[in-house]
Structure formats: structure tokens, C-alpha cells
Design a binder for this molecule. Structure first.
Ligand code: GLC
Length: 666
């Protein structure tokens, strides 16, 4: 059952496609009180309630015990005490005796105090009190998700090849370097479907340009790699460089497509290219214009993109920086003491992503001038929408790979997301696992984290363990920052067999993973579920934070700690342990319900097959295209006679389940 309420005068986000009629607020047994000025509400939490959801965020699958602020934020240094990450996903489920879904639809900042101030209270607040509230009540948490997802519309479908392995680095700087990466993979028989191009392929970081000195033969490179079944995936940044003669800049200025400051001038801020303007992604005309620019790369044979810096990130704004320089003068020659030194640091550290800057520029949204902070969380969403709508116009019916850094619910229809800049930390490996189901609840199915960690130096064992988790992520990409230790599978100066085995297993599992992904997308279901979704009556399962169900048939329990020889795994029911050393199945053993210590070496993956379920396995391949979907082995446990396989051409964006499901019975 869905109920919708409107408070104040909310700005439309287009997160919800088919809105039920709004009802008069008459109270709810659990959603207790609205403040007098209606700037939020509270919801009572029973001791046994779990709070699921909130999409991209720090901490566990159960969000209880922290404050989260829904505010798209560029924060590569996030830790346990961070409150906002790159996406803003205002959907959660209070799951206990009742299963109550709550969606707070507003593009401005929202604070979710999930039992932080008072353990028995979820309290949701925002500045203006303008929002739409959806309450969804169903018999199970999973049914709540399904209802919610029906409301917000079908999740984005990437092309089939985008389920292969992708190698990225900031940056592969020349055509030759890209060729070298492809060569190293192919020489070592490491499966590969994508190489990502970071900002250095552009001419001085200008969107929709190519640096012809570094990439003189860009078109040929695309062609050559396509022959090897490798897709080149370039980055597109939100900011447009201010530079006379640069066509995108000139057109944007001429047509008034950029965001404006208080004085009606184009808002100037700094990101990678130096001074930039942000296209007004909320303005229909500007959005259409920006989206059509992707054609520059589509015409060169590119069929995948990642949209970045679209929180939007602001290294500095021109006006604020000027003020900082003036203020800094005041500190010159001073004896910086306990107060003034910290003030001085605050001034410098506050240059980037400054809240004042977000209040200093404007959009033209549906003909109205709206200050950015009121619609902040829509920027990345509308940038990605801009590309997706253009693709539909330029390449109708074709799936193009597209994912974004910033997002809001609604964007899940237009593209996937990666989980933003992380670190080569074991805690971030675990967070990657925990974020996946939370994102699925909010509609983001095509997602994954920078495998191996983006910032800081990775160790070989971390990258191996992270790969062993990453092979279950729909978006599987190893990416790392400039200046950090190289972390390609061949970068550690040792043999690559173990990496080859782990990535190879992904390709053996592809028919299963793709089937489960497509079923989830086309039925508004979950690709990855917390154990509590399936065994809500089992208190241990409900509180298991580091294991997941991937699709219908299997559970995973990755090792998330350095130097561990294995880990404790909880089985809510009897399951069959499948041990793979790389691509080879080396052990099948039935395990009783309960806790088991399972040793897992760095080159191994353990999978837990559920009773009366089956897992199809392909022979593998070095590209998605090479995987033979007709020759599948079926691993079974119990009474599973068949597995329902999904298959399609991997390109058509309008697919339905009908006609694409096949029983596998080998
Ligand atoms: C941002 C992105 C990261 C990219 C870098 C350079 O930090 O999140 O993935 O490598 O910019 O473009």
C-alpha cells in the first residue's frame, strides 16, 4: 500500500513517474509527529527494527545509529564519521513487525538522524519543509522495495559487454599506453572488455575534445580495440572550460546555457581545467544541448561514458577565492596562535565545495530562477539524464554504457553509478559490499566501487580480495588515482595466474550474474539482498553485515581483512559450499545451518549454493562475447531441476522478460 503526502510547495524532481493521488495527512501509528512548521517528521523505532536503505552511504547495511545528510558531496577521504557521499538517496525501510518504506522526495538537503540522538527515533528534517512523503507498507522488506521501484520506474540497462572486466587508471595518457594495457591483458590471458579513459585524453581537460598530441590516432585506436572486443570508455566532466575559441564554451555563453551568479553573470568556478562554467543541467534547452555534444565521441565509435564531478564539485569559485586571498593577507606576519592558526587553516580548507558557493548561483528550472542549494541533489542526475536522452535521440533503442558519480533517485532510469572516490583500505572493501544492497533498494542496480581502491597505495592481497568481491558487482572496474601505486593485475611484478583465475571466474558466472541482473531490473527486484530480506525471522541472519545473497541461488561471504586465512560464515540454512581456485571448482561440500570457519586462500572464491537452487556455469572466456551461453554446466543442490536463464542480444534497450527466459537443465 502506497500513501503520498505533499508538504509545502516542493520542487519537482521527477523521481516518481506515476504519482498516486496525494492524501490529507491524518497521522500514522509509527510516523509520529510533524513539527509545528512541518520541516520534517519522526518515526518510532522498535528495538528489533532494522533500518535499511539510504543508498550510497558509509556504515553498515543496517543504518541505525548514525546521522546521514543527503547532500551530493565530493569527498574522496570519507571515513566512518562522514555524513554525505556522492549520491543522495532518500529512501529507507523500517523493517520489524511492520515493513514501512519511507521516501522523502525533495532536491534539497535532508538530515536523517537514524537513532543517533535518540535510539528509539528516526528523525528526518530539512530547512524548508517542502517535500513529498511516500509511505509504503507491505508484508516484507522486499515487497516494499518492489512497490517503491514500481513507483520510480525501471532501472537502467547497460549493454551486455559492460558486465565484463574494466581496467582504469587516472590516466592512461597516450594511445600507446592504452595499447600497452590491452596487450598486457591479452598476453597474460586476463579477461578484459573495457579500458577507461580518464581526463588526460582531452585537450587541456575540455569536454568533447581529444588531445591530438597524445592520441593522434584516436579513431584508429577505438577501431583496433573493438577488433579485440575491448570498448574504450571516456570520462565526461560536468564543468566546461572557460576559453575563447572553444566551441562548447562559446555556444554555452551565446545561448545563456550556463548557471548564473547573483549578478546574472556566468558563474565561474575552478575544476580540472581551471576556470569553468557549469552548464545549467536543469534547464531543458541547455540539457538537450549538452547531451547532444556526446555525439562527438559516439561518431568516433565510442559506446560508453562515465560522468564525473557532477555533485557538482567546486575546487574554488572565482569570487570566494578572491576573498580568501584578501583575508590571507591579514595573517601575513602574524604570530599564528591556537585560535588564529586554526582560523587560517579553516579559511584555506574551506575553499573547496564551500556551502556559500552552492548558495551563490542559480538555475533556470522550468522557467523559474532557483538558487542552486534548493536543487543541489539534482545536478548529477540531470547531467546523466541529458546524455541518456540524447542517446535515445541519436542511437534509438541501443544500450549505451553510462554511469555517473553524483545521483539522486530517478537517475537510476538513465544510468548506473560508481561508488565515488574511495581508498585502498580494507574498510572500504567492506563498505563496497554493504552499499550494494542499499543502492539496489533505491533502483541503482548497475553499480560497483573502484576495485582495489582509488586513493592511497594498494597492496597485492587487497586487490586480490577486492577482485574476489568485485566479480559479483555488476560494474566491475579496477581504478586508481594518479600518483598512487599501480594496481593493474600485472602491476605487482609477479605472476598473474591468481588474478586470471578470479577474473576468469566472473566470466564463468556471467550467464548467471547477467540473468539475475536482468530479472531484477525487469521485475523491479533486488540483484543483491541482505540476509535479513530472506530470513527475517532469523536474528543472526538479520544482523549479518558482511554476507550477501547475489541473485536467487547463491550467497557470498568475502574475506574483508588483511592477513586473514579465511573467515566465519553464517549459514541461515543448509547450503552447499562451492570452492573455486580461480576458475576451477575444487570442492563441493554440504554445510549445516550455523556458523562455520571457512578458510579461503587469496586465489580462491567460496560460493554458497542455496538448497533447491541451481547455478549455471559457462566455460568462461576472455571477453563477454566469447562466453558460450549455450554450453552451461549446472551445479545443483537439492531439488532444483532447472535454472531459468535470461538471454538477449545485449544491445536492445527495450527488452522485456517475455521471450528471453530459457530453462537450463543439463
Ligand atoms: C575524480 C573521479 C576519479 C577520476 C578523477 C580524475 O576524482 O572521481 O574517478 O579519476 O576525478 O578525473
Amino acid at each position: 500500500m502506497i500513501r503520498r503526502y505533499v508538504f509545502g510547495n516542493p520542487i519537482e524532481t521527477e523521481a516518481v513517474l506515476r504519482k498516486p493521488k496525494a492524501e490529507q495527512w491524518e497521522g500514522d501509528e509509527q510516523v509520529l509527529a510533524f513539527g509545528a512548521n512541518q520541516t520534517g517528521f519522526t518515526c518510532k523505532l522498535e528495538q528489533e527494527d532494522i533500518v535499511y536503505g539510504l543508498g550510497e552511504n558509509v556504515r553498515g547495511i543496517n543504518k541505525r545509529g548514525w546521522i546521514y545528510v543527503s547532500h551530493c558531496s565530493d569527498n574522496p577521504n570519507h571515513q566512518e564519521d562522514t555524513r554525505s557521499l556522492y549520491g543522495a538517496h532518500n529512501f529507507l525501510i523500517v523493517s520489524g513487525k511492520r515493513n514501512l518504506g519511507i521516501f522523502v522526495d525533495t532536491p534539497e538537503q535532508v538530515i536523517f538522524d537514524v537513532g543517533y540522538t535518540r535510539p528509539e527515533l528516526l528523525s528526518v528534517s530539512m530547512d524548508s519543509g517542502n517535500y513529498e512523503l511516500y509511505l509504503i507498507e507491505e508484508a516484507s522488506a522486499e515487497a516494499v522495495v518492489q512497490e517503491f521501484r514500481r513507483l520510480i520506474g525501471q532501472s537502467y540497462l547497460p549493454p551486455k559487454w559492460a558486465f565484463g572486466y574494466g581496467q582504469s587508471r587516472w590516466s592512461y595518457r597516450t594511445s600507446e599506453e592504452v595499447r600497452q594495457v590491452a596487450r598486457r591483458f591479452r598476453e597474460n590471458h586476463l579477461p578484459l572488455d573495457m579500458i577507461y579513459l580518464d581526463i588526460d585524453y582531452m585537450e587541456r581537460y575540455k569536454d568533447f575534445t581529444i588531445d591530438r598530441e597524445r592520441f593522434p590516432d584516436f579513431e584508429l585506436l577505438v577501431e583496433e580495440l573493438k577488433e579485440q572486443k575491448i570498448h574504450l570508455v571516456p570520462i565526461i566532466d560536468g564543468g566546461v572550460k572557460v576559453e575563447a575559441g572553444y566551441d562548447v564554451y562559446e555556444e554555452g555563453v551565446k545561448n545563456g546555457y550556463f548557471c548564473k551568479d547573483e549578478d546574472g553573470e556566468n558563474f565561474t568556478l575552478g575544476v580540472w581545467p581551471g576556470k569553468c562554467h557549469y552548464p545549467d543541467m536543469l534547464n531543458d534547452e541547455a540539457r538537450l544541448w549538452f547531451g547532444r555534444k556526446y555525439r562527438f565521441l559516439l561518431d568516433k565509435g565510442i559506446d560508453g561514458f562515465w560522468n564525473d564531478m557532477n555533485e557538482p564539485a567546486i575546487f574554488y569559485s572565482e569570487k570566494h577565492l578572491k576573498k580568501v586571498f584578501e583575508q590571507l593577507e591579514e595573517y601575513r606576519g602574524q604570530n599564528l596562535d591556537i585560535c588564529s592558526f586554526f582560523e587560517f587553516c579553516g579559511l584555506v580548507q574551506g575553499i573547496s565545495n564551500n556551502e556559500e558557493d552552492y548558495r551563490s548561483f542559480y538555475h533556470n528550472y522550468r522557467g523559474e530562477r532557483i538558487r542552486h542549494d534548493r536543487v543541489h541533489n539534482l545536478f548529477g542526475y540531470y547531467m546523466t539524464r541529458s546524455a541518456s536522452e540524447a542517446f535515445e535521440e541519436l542511437e534509438p533503442g541501443r544500450r549505451i554504457l553510462l554511469f555517473s558519480r553524483a545521483s539522486y533517485i530517478g537517475m537510476h532510469r538513465y544510468g548506473g553509478i560508481w561508488m565515488g572516490d574511495n581508498k585502498s583500505w580494507w574498510s572500504h572493501l567492506k563498505m563496497n559490499l554493504q552499499m550494494l544492497p542499499s543502492l539496489n533498494m533505491c533502483g541503482f542496480l548497475y553499480t560497483g566501487a573502484d576495485l582495489g581502491g582509488f586513493g592511497s597505495d594498494a597492496t597485492r592481497d587487497l586487490v586480490l580480495r577486492w577482485t574476489a568481491l568485485g566479480i559479483f558487482m555488476p560494474l566491475l572496474r579496477n581504478h586508481s588515482a594518479d600518483g598512487t601505486r599501480r594496481q593493474e593485475p600485472y602491476a605487482f611484478g609477479e605472476a598473474t595466474e591468481d588474478f586470471r583465475g578470479l577474473i576468469g571466474l566472473r566470466y564463468r558466472l556471467l550467464p548467471y550474474l547477467y540473468s539475475e541482473f536482468m530479472k531484477a531490473a525487469l521485475k523491479n527486484g533486488m540483484y543483491a539482498r541482505p540476509l535479513g530480506f530472506v530470513w527475517p525471522e532469523d536474528p543472526v541472519a538479520r544482523h549479518t553485515e558482511d554476507q550477501l545473497l547475489i541473485g536467487e541461488s547463491i550467497m557470498i561471504a568475502p574475506v574483508c581483512e588483511q592477513n586473514a586465512i579465511g573467515r566465519s560464515v553464517y549459514l541461515p540454512e543448509e547450503m552447499k559450499l562451492l570452492r573455486f581456485r580461480g576458475t576451477e571448482l575444487t570442492e563441493e561440500r554440504v554445510l549445516m545451518r550455523g556458523l562455520h570457519f571457512i578458510e579461503t586462500a587469496l586465489d580462491e572464491v567460496t560460493i554458497y549454493l542455496r538448497k533447491d537452487h541451481a547455478l549455471p556455469l559457462a566455460a568462461g572466456g576472455e571477453t563477454v562475447e566469447a562466453v558460450d551461453w549455450r554450453k552451461l554446466a549446472l551445479l545443483r543442490f537439492g531439488e532444483a531441476a532447472a535454472y531459468e536463464l535470461y538471454d538477449d542480444d545485449g544491445m536492445d534497450s527495450g527488452v522485456k522478460l517475455e521471450g528471453h527466459l530459457f530453462p537450463v537443465q543439463s
